[in-house]
Ligand binder design. Structure first.
Ligand code: ATP
Ligand code: MG
Length: 429
């Protein structure tokens, strides 16, 4: 039969790699708890108009990257989420979550974009995101940036630069937009097809182009930051002052506009030079108009999303080790007749927090297999101990504990006393 394979750009995450994922997720969970961000889980499929309205019609994602389809039963237009902020905002509005004040939320999960697969760019990829909704002040922008910065430190990541910009408010953008259109009109010849199409519908998006041939005219374009009024500048200054007080280095990138239309005021990206052209590991900013856009009562918000695959790639690039995963013990069972007694003992060990891998013979093996082959498996499992359930031991109501990777003598332990000695098998976790 023809072999079935995964869809291009969609990856299986297998052991032992999956342990790195779990380690990253665990680190995120513990950090989010320390900043009092609570977990939110929203559906992977949402109504298409949510993204069209939320992200903006003239964006890369909505124009060409969405996996959209029609519900066969009722003809509803649906989309696999390309990002999670729009869905989080929908949920926040739908459940009136801001009725008693702001909320700090985080999520993790798969996102879908129909892009050309390459290193750091996949069609199913994963994001972890943080959103602070209902808080207008610069302290919320700063906090969420500090949270990301703390995550890099916690993971042991280095060489991550923070780039900042401010997109100001809609009226300030209007003035900039006119100047921007005039600039690009003067350089019509240098514009690619996307840019020409967006010139009047969404000229700001042109600044976000990935076309190297256009970098020069983008570089020379009028800068939004020069169009900001006093209040926007004050907000931005406060964010920068808090970052400075925390020793967070940043640089101003006046061309940083982000890929979605929903941003205003502070926008930021964490970038590295170590991942080639997919160098942005995390991006975010303030989006004070999205909640209203999605049908809610106007409320401010700020957030970011990081690309899990890119962060893991960078960790690998920098050879950051994650905690090893190996069982505390491997159960060696010479005689299949002892399985009922052995497995009852293993259950009690596990209830005490010991991780135990059971020996299961491969297909075609006679009985449980030779002691030699069982020890070989115990060794390959990385276990720190072998638990030898020989008939003699079992007759005495005990098991032999043999250290496999460290000095120490072999000991016989009474099964009736498991709670008393189980702890000696456990390494620090
Ligand atoms: P890029 O400019 O690289 O396309 P983006 O601006 O489209 O990124 P965002 O929508 O801001 O990305 O998503 C936040 C983060 O998610 C990115 O910084 C990146 O780390 C990650 N990301 C985005 N698209 C992909 C993808 N197709 N595959 C893997 N990671 C991705
Ligand atoms: Mg993109």
């Amino acid at each position: 039969m023809q072999k079935l394979v995964a869809i291009k750009g969609m990856n299986d995450i297998l052991p032992p790699d999956s342990a790195r994922w779990e380690w990253l997720e665990g680190t995120v969970r513990s950090l989010m708890a320390r900043y009092a961000y609570r977990n939110i889980r929203t559906p992977i499929v949402e109504p298409t108009p949510l993204f069209v309205r939320g992200l903006g019609e003239v964006t890369d994602i909505v124009e060409k990257e969405m996996y959209s389809f029609e519900d066969r039963l009722n003809g509803e237009q649906l989309t696999l989420r390309p990002e999670a902020t729009a869905g989080v905002v929908r949920a926040v509005v739908e459940h009136s979550m801001l009725y008693d004040g702001g909320k700090r939320l985080y999520y993790m999960g798969p996102m879908f974009r129909h892009e050309r697969p390459q290193r750091g760019r996949y069609r199913q990829f994963h994001q972890i995101g943080a959103e602070a909704l209902g808080f207008p002040g610069a302290e919320a922008d700063a906090e969420i940036i500090l949270l990301a910065q703390a995550l890099w430190a916690e993971l042991g990541l280095q060489n991550v630069r923070l780039e900042l910009n401010s997109l100001g408010q809609p009226d300030e953008r209007k003035a900039h937009r006119a100047a921007l259109i005039a600039h690009f009109e003067r350089h019509q010849d240098a514009l690619d097809e996307d840019a020409r199409r967006r010139l009047h519908s969404n000229p700001l998006r042109i600044l976000d182009t990935k076309n190297p041939a256009m970098q020069d005219i983008v570089e020379a374009a009028p800068k939004l930051i020069d169009f900001l009024g006093a209040e926007s500048l004050r907000h931005f200054d406060t964010v920068k002052a808090i970052l400075d007080a925390n020793g967070v280095a940043w640089s101003l990138n006046p061309r940083l506009v982000r890929g979605m239309d929903y941003y205003n005021l502070t926008v930021f990206e964490f970038v590295t030079d170590q991942l080639g052209s997919q160098g942005t590991i995390c991006g975010g900013g303030r989006y004070d108009y999205l909640i209203e856009q999605v049908g809610g009562k106007p409320a401010p918000a700020v957030g970011w999303a990081l690309g899990v695959e890119r962060v893991l790639e960078l960790l690998k690039e920098q050879e950051v080790p994650s905690p090893a995963v190996a069982p505390d013990a491997y159960a060696i069972v010479p005689d299949a007749a002892s399985l009922p007694a052995v497995m009852a003992a293993l259950q009690r060990l596990r209830a005490q927090g010991v991780s135990v891998q059971m020996h299961s013979p491969a297909a075609g093996t006679e009985g449980m297999g030779s002691m030699k082959s069982q020890f070989k498996k115990a060794d390959a499992s990385g276990s720190r101990h072998a638990l030898i359930f020989g008939p003699d031991e079992l007759a005495r109501g005990s098991v032999t504990v043999k250290p496999l990777r460290q000095e120490g003598e072999q000991l016989e332990r009474l099964l009736a006393d498991i709670p008393a000695w189980a702890g000696t098998l456990q390494s620090l976790r």
